[in-house]
Design a protein around this ligand. Structure first.
Ligand SMILES: [Zn+2]
Length: 439
């Protein structure tokens, strides 16, 4: 009996010791990354043989490896990426995690009519995991497309460590006016689900903005236009809201400390969204020099979503919407002009409009083909994206104080931008989610 008590006591003490050890480990976790090449996005250059010292979820110090190594403690774990290129985690500023591809309107209607919101949320958990494994450590979701506030739930599940995924900035339900967004074309005696929150009139808009913020929206997103058509070489569109209505979205969101993204394709839509003072223009396929100059003056960001334009063009043309081919080709021409004039281009792909099995990093190669240097394309997905998200204290560069959101590729992406389609190391908040590179 005594023996048994003694052994119980011993087991108890051992358990206690291991618990204390675990708590100590949880208190400070220290990691040193040896970076053979480090992309310094602020200076726009690639540095050799750098060290990154990480404590828990944030970066403590960055500098020449020999210097940083001296500051590491014996308990510091080393991640050897001395043969790789290390860079800040990528940020996609335009995604729809609750959508799984909508090349045709049948694809879209199918998801809203045959998939429950819980089922779509389950699929979204796979979308966000794919994105993280591809190197995206933060994303802005611009509309749940009928799935209500499920983006807030996915965001919370990621933030609480329930599922792996990027840091999420969400806009819950995008806004449009009555009759201006799918589902459309069904018998009038049916009450169909809406892909957006329908709202008309200034006072209703103010209340609807407050309501979305109440349920967790970080961003407010509205559709400025629809019914795109060409006339005399100009992409025109029908505007969805009056000036007073659009200004109400922006005023109310800003008053509550939130930013506004506007889907705007044609000249009239972009023009109206800029008059209202939105923070970002989404797609903007119909941009021209005059609109570009206004964006530069106003400091408006542009999310060009090139890859989705390319991905959906032919399918939508076959479906009877050939305008998408024209819009794709127009953007190829105007992109370089916007870059030269100094528009703040924030990397955004519209992932979800193409399936999540596609790697959204394919966008980079188009940005370079259309007129950016590889470094500019990298900056748009890191430093510029973090500015748009008002998150420069936390992300966008590998600097002391920011989250340890770090990715790595085998070769130098400033030499071959497609290297970003082959991210092989992913760390978010100091936690390694993927590593096929370190030695
Ligand atoms: Zn979109």
């Amino acid at each position: 009996m005594e023996k048994m008590l003694l052994s119980l006591f011993l087991i108890g003490s051992l358990l206690q010791i291991s618990l204390v050890a675990q708590q100590n480990a949880a208190r400070v976790s220290s990691v040193l990354i040896k970076a053979g090449r480090l992309v310094d996005v602020r200076a726009g250059r690639v540095l050799q043989n750098q060290g990154i010292l990480i404590e828990n979820d944030r970066i403590l110090r960055v500098g020449p490896l020999a210097e940083i190594e001296r500051q590491a403690s014996p308990a510091t774990r080393v991640v050897d990426l001395s043969h790789a290129t290390v860079m800040p985690g990528l940020v996609d500023c335009h995604v729809h995690i609750l959508l799984q591809g909508d090349v045709t309107s049948a694809d879209y209607d199918e998801q809203l009519l045959r998939e429950s919101i819980p089922y779509r949320a389950i699929r979204a958990t796979v979308s966000v995991r794919n994105a993280l494994m591809n190197g995206f450590t933060a994303m802005r979701d611009l509309g749940t497309e009928g799935a209500m506030y499920a983006d807030v739930d996915v965001k919370n599940a990621i933030a609480r460590g329930v599922i792996p995924g990027p840091r999420m900035f969400v806009s819950t339900r995008a806004f449009s006016g009555t009759g201006m967004y799918p589902l459309l074309g069904y018998s009038w005696e049916l009450t169909m689900p809406e892909g957006v929150q329908i709202v008309d009139g200034v006072e209703n808009i103010r209340r609807a903005v407050r309501e979305e913020v109440k349920y967790g929206a970080d961003w407010i997103k509205f559709y400025a236009d629809r019914r795109y058509y060409m006339k005399a070489g100009v992409l025109h569109s029908w505007v969805n809201f009056t000036d007073e209505e659009m200004k109400a979205f922006v005023e109310e969101a800003h008053r509550l400390g939130h930013r506004v993204a506007s889907h705007a394709m044609g000249r009239e839509g972009i023009d109206a969204a800029l008059r209202a003072g939105v923070d970002s223009i989404e797609h903007g396929y119909g941009l021209d020099e005059e609109l570009i100059d206004r964006m530069v003056r106003q400091g408006t960001y542009w999310c060009p979503t090139i890859y989705t334009g390319v991905y959906v063009a032919e399918g939508r043309a076959r479906e009877g919407r050939p305008i998408y081919m024209t819009m794709r080709d127009m953007e190829a021409k105007i992109f370089g002009v916007a870059v030269r004039k100094g528009v703040k281009v924030a990397f955004g792909t519209d992932a979800g409009a193409f399936p999540w099995t596609e790697n959204a990093a394919k966008e980079f190669a188009f940005m370079v083909r259309y007129g950016m240097t590889p470094m500019q394309a990298i900056q748009s997905a890191t430093i510029t994206a973090s500015e748009l998200l008002d998150a420069t204290d936390d992300m966008g560069a590998i600097e002391a104080g920011k989250f340890a959101d770090i990715v790595a590729v085998a070769n130098d992406p400033t030499q071959d931008i497609t290297e970003l389609e082959r991210v092989r190391f992913v760390m978010k908040g100091g936690q390694v989610f993927r590593d096929e590179l370190s030695h």
